[in-house]
Design a protein around this ligand. Structure first.
Ligand SMILES: [Zn+2]
Length: 137
């Protein structure tokens, strides 16, 4: 591990509604004490899975590389959330189709990240506005 290392890096959306939920999630994953890098960018998972601009994806991969190289991170958490503005209208109750897209994007993002970082563990989660985090296999 690097001189000032941490265990994990989370990739998450900037949405203010999930700040408390993210804090709870970090506690549940026992990452508060050990520390974790947190990359918060609007629609981050969508930008990894299906970027509108390739530079958005490259930027996120570069941030992951900083965590990997500088902090010795070997666990990546990729997290999407309910009612994400990056996925269209703010309709609060996501349609089944939208929920399916979230899951597909998480899988695509995991495959992309895995192709760049072979020796990392990758966890993919979908977070509901209620704060409940659901593991997406
Ligand atoms: Zn969002």
């Amino acid at each position: 591990m690097a001189a000032h290392g941490c265990k994990a890096c989370l990739v998450y959306c900037m949405d203010f509604r999930l700040h408390d939920s993210l804090a709870n999630f970090l506690a549940e994953q026992e990452l508060v004490g050990a520390g974790a890098d947190i990359i918060r960018v609007a629609g981050a998972i969508k930008s990894l899975a299906q970027p509108q601009d390739r530079r958005d994806r490259d930027f996120l991969l570069e941030m992951l590389n900083v965590a990997y190289d500088l902090h010795g991170v070997r666990q990546f958490y990729l997290i999407n959330h309910e009612d994400c503005g990056a996925y269209g209208l703010e309709d609060v109750a996501d349609s089944e189709e939208e929920l399916a897209t979230h899951r597909e994007d998480l899988k695509a993002a995991r495959a992309l990240v895995k192709s760049h970082f072979q020796d990392v563990e990758i966890f993919t989660y979908f977070m509901w506005l209620s704060g409940k985090a659901e593991l997406v296999e």
